[in-house]
Design a protein around this ligand. Structure first.
Ligand code: ADP
Ligand code: SF4
Ligand code: MG
Length: 315
């Protein structure tokens, strides 16, 4: 299967002005590496404020002006420039944004889903397609004439999903599509992703909801303190978690209610707090001397990836 997304060693930082003219760099994402293939759902699991929306916006080319982006983002093997992203977005690459505020409050739903098209024939064709997809997502003709404020939360999410699919994307980036939804709508939303996968679409599911991730994803990338620390297979989250590699991933798994709610002590250091050495050092029960000052790299272990010295030869 062809890779539709390759994110390699991406970092995103902001310049912060402290007192007077002093400035410091606030690194939100330090080293993020992941990839998504056609017909695959890869979930990125990270806590709130860890930079998940920034990742989505970096892929889509809509980072805020003051953000510094480094590293490589490729689509089907080709590194994307800002111009490429602008060219592909809303076409081959679609974003399902976290916030329904992405909907234009002053525009009717159907008009914004279709977007600006000059040719009358093309517009009519797109309108037919829009109606078909909307129908599929249980959005009747009356929705076309509505404004965003007239939609319920669940309807607004379905509008965002169907609008994203209207362009026949090859890659869908879904930024926290489930929080705040009732159980039925969550299930429905996850089903949409299963259908996209069946259609060969690559889905990057960005979430802090481990249950949602486990339900639909093929692989799960664990994001911690600005780093991807492990990319595991969804089926590794089973049994005693013995197939999971990183101590943090194991602890996440043990913290699930079904596994006894064992929470690991300490907190996740976020931007600016991160020390040299392994980002998990302060909480790790397996740590050793080397972990304190040296930073482990993300290593390939066949079909998984791990960032921990324990898995290096000779340790
Ligand atoms: N425009 C900005 N200027 C400065 N810092 C920002 C800006 N946008 C985001 N950040 C920082 O990035 C952090 C992560 O943001 P975000 O990607 O929205 O997190 P998540 O989606 O994981 O909750 C925020 O907590 C904030 O510290
Ligand atoms: S590198 Fe060391 S501190 Fe970091 S997770 Fe592995 S054992 Fe723990
Ligand atoms: Mg977010």
């Amino acid at each position: 299967m062809e890779k539709v997304l390759d994110v390699e060693n991406v970092s995103i930082s902001f310049i912060q002005y402290t007192q007077g003219l002093n400035q410091r760099e606030l690194k939100v994402i330090t080293d993020l590496t992941l990839d998504v293939s056609e017909g695959e759902i890869l979930a990125v699991l990270g806590s709130s404020g860890s930079g998940k929306s920034l990742l989505a916006h970096a892929i889509f080319g809509i980072l805020p002006e003051n953000a510094n982006l480094n590293g490589k983002i490729s689509y089907k093997g080709k590194e994307l420039s800002q111009e490429d992203k602008e060219e592909l977005r809303g076409k081959e690459i679609a974003l399902i944004p976290q916030s329904v505020n992405f909907l234009d409050p002053l525009m009717k739903i159907s008009d914004q889903a279709i977007g600006h098209i000059d040719s009358k024939e093309e517009k009519a064709e797109k309108k037919i397609k829009q109606r078909e997809i909307f129908e599929h997502y249980n959005l009747g003709p009356d929705v076309d004439e509505m404004y965003p404020f007239q939609l319920s939360g669940g309807m607004a999410r379905r509008v965002l999903v169907s609008t994203a699919l209207l362009s026949d994307p090859k890659l869908v980036v879904a930024d926290e599509p489930t929080p705040g939804l009732d159980e039925k709508t969550v299930e429905e939303t996850l089903n949409h992703f299963r259908h996209m996968k069946e259609d060969g679409v690559g889905v990057l599911l960005i979430t802090h909801d481990i249950h949602a991730a486990l339900e639909v994803a093929d692989r799960i990338g664990i994001f911690y303190s600005g780093y991807v620390i492990e990319i595991a297979k969804a089926e590794d989250f089973s049994g005693d978690g013995e197939n999971l590699l990183h101590p943090y991933t194991k602890s996440l798994y043990k913290a699930l209610p079904a596994n006894g709610f064992e929470l690991v002590k300490g907190h996740q250091p976020l931007h600016g707090e991160i020390q040299e050495g392994c980002p998990y050092y302060s909480r790790c029960e397996m740590r050793f001397e080397r972990c304190k000052n040296e930073r482990p790299q993300l290593r390939d272990m066949g079909d998984k990836k791990i960032r921990c010295f324990k898995y290096e030869e000779g340790e």
